[in-house]
Design a protein around this ligand. Structure first.
Ligand code: NAD
Length: 260
């Protein structure tokens, strides 16, 4: 008998904190077997203590390293008997600043983690997803994939890429009966946004502060659904529409709001 003992299973990157961690907790509470992967070993150990060693597999993983990803998927596959109901490619990093003032190395690192990391995950996990009925390939994009946001230009570019990739693969993977979807979160209270961003956030509207558990609930809902893009909060869908309909207007509004 495998460690997962026939339970449904989710593979989560960036699981040591923030929305990945909340998703691990929620799915575990629902009786799922959780594979939790991250570069933060201490965070993973704390999660394992909380969930119980029988209910999860924790494993160090830098998503930008294809070899490490293969080892992580192999360990997960052994634990679940080759089953993966959800691949949640969630790990990400963000660095803020004017494009021309940021070192190219930092920009390239964001591409390695936020985009190449996602590609590594999908390539490596696909055999398991194909082998699992009703599987879902789910990825964390961002509200910055509605319209490119100043000061996080390359971060936003990686999240646009994730959104486009999800749209394309959701059609391609019909051949395998594997669904694809993504979440576009606004401002979520995790370790990622700077303290001052959280403190100065508006109390209402699409960029109010949202708790990470809301994203976890969205992953749960997405598994029961065929919806492609999940906006958290849902009002962000209006921004997505505005970016499609009147991009110049939205660009100018954003620039004025950010005093650029
Ligand atoms: P977080 O910093 O709390 O969690 C991110 C996790 O990813 C951390 O545990 C970190 O150790 C891990 N990680 C970083 N680099 C890694 C790597 N190379 N390999 C494996 N793990 C790595 O932040 P979060 O907000 O929970 O971020 C989760 C996702 O949500 C990210 O993709 C982020 O871009 C996206 N996002 C966040 C917000 C927000 O406001 N917090 C909004 C939109 C999108």
């Amino acid at each position: 008998m495998t460690q997962a003992m026939g339970r449904q299973s989710i593979f989560i990157t960036g699981a040591a904190s923030g929305m990945g961690r909340e998703t691990a907790r929620l799915f575990s509470q629902q009786g799922w077997f959780v594979g939790a992967f991250d570069v933060d070993r201490a965070g993973l150990e704390a999660l394992q203590t909380e969930l119980g060693a029988d209910n999860c597999l924790v494993h160090a993983l830098d998503v930008s390293d294809k070899g490490q990803f293969e080892a992580a998927i192999a360990a997960f596959s052994t634990a679940t008997g080759g089953r993966m109901d959800i691949l949640f490619n969630n790990a990400g990093i963000a660095m803020r600043g004017f494009f021309d003032e940021m070192p190219l190395e930092d920009q390239l690192r964001m591409i390695q983690v936020n985009l190449v990391g996602v590609l590594n995950g999908i390539y490596t996990a696909l055999p398991l997803l194909k082998a699992t009925p009703n599987a879902l390939c789910f990825t964390t994009s961002s509200s910055s994939a509605t319209m490119g946001m100043p000061l996080i230009a390359v971060y936003a570019a990686t999240k646009h890429a994730v959104k486009g990739l999800t749209e394309a693969l959701s059609n391609e993977f019909r051949r395998f009966d594997v669904r694809c979807a993504d979440v576009l979160p606004g401002l979520i209270r995790t370790g990622m946004p700077a303290e001052d961003m959280l403190a100065s956030a508006p109390p209402k509207g699409p960029f109010r502060v949202i708790e990470a558990i809301e994203v976890a609930r969205t992953v749960w809902e997405a598994y029961q659904s065929e919806t492609l893009h999940w906006f958290v909060p849902s009002e962000l869908a209006d921004l997505d529409k505005a970016a499609g309909n009147t991009p110049e207007q939205l660009r100018d509004k954003l620039g004025a709001h950010m005093k650029i």
